[in-house]
Design a protein around this ligand. Structure first.
Ligand SMILES: C[S@@+](CC[C@H](N)C(=O)[O-])C[C@H]1O[C@@H](n2cnc3c(N)ncnc32)[C@H](O)[C@@H]1O
Length: 195
């Protein structure tokens, strides 16, 4: 079996788990983690973002609602000999306690209800915003005082709407990276607690 290598991380893939794509790469290239930080990767998929953060972070937790993703991410951590990372099944923050310096989420954003495991990577509820809006409402309770959030989404789902939801949750959001694909822009939004 040939395994792709991204940013020096060797990955096993699975047909039920989102394969790293442009959105993953934009997040990987934009994200900053400082030595010693504690990080959380929501919707971890193959675990790539969590494994990259583990290079600098003291500890990383990766969660996913898809059990196949959790198993795969654990295998990918072992494959790369990375031990300061843990993966757990969780619907957003359901099985997450404590606070983090960095929280990442490459969110599903197309309108629709998931029917099989792989759909969870792409569809975010009837309007496409359900998962993102739930994430934004819950994320402040899991952020340290100076913590920051990196959220990836598409222009299709409404970037302005995301900014308003962050504002309502007491966070200030800013688009820090944008990549134009065929029919959409993929953006990375950095959100931090207001000073
Ligand atoms: C677009 S994929 C991103 C995967 C990976 N982080 C990456 O960047 O390649 C979205 C991921 O979010 C997960 N997901 C969807 N809804 C979720 C939820 N409510 N809680 C946790 N994970 C969720 C999906 O199973 C999928 O693995």
């Amino acid at each position: 079996m040939t395994m792709p290598i991204y940013y020096g991380i060797k990955l096993e893939l699975h047909s039920d788990v989102y394969e790293p794509a442009e959105d993953t790469f934009l997040l990987a290239e934009t994200l900053e983690v400082r030595p010693g930080e504690i990080a959380l990767d929501v919707g971890t998929g193959t675990g790539l973002i969590a494994l990259l953060m583990a290079r600098k972070a003291k500890y990383v937790l990766g969660v996913d609602v898809n059990p196949k993703a959790v198993e795969l991410a654990r295998r990918n951590a072992r494959l790369n000999g990375i031990s300061n990372v843990e993966f757990r099944l969780s619907d957003l923050f359901e099985n997450v306690s404590g606070r983090f310096d960095v929280i990442t989420f490459n969110a599903p954003y197309l309108p629709g209800e998931p029917e099989k495991a792989i759909d969870l990577a792409l569809v975010g509820g009837k309007t496409g915003r359900e998962v993102i809006d739930r994430f934004i409402a819950e994320v402040p309770d899991h952020l340290n005082e100076n913590g920051r959030v990196y959220l990836v989404q598409s222009s299709i789902t409404g970037v302005e709407e995301t900014m308003r939801e962050f504002e309502k949750a007491g966070l200030r959001g800013e688009v820090i990276a944008r990549r134009h694909l065929f029919f959409e822009d993929i953006v990375v939004i950095l959100a931090e607690k207001k000073g």
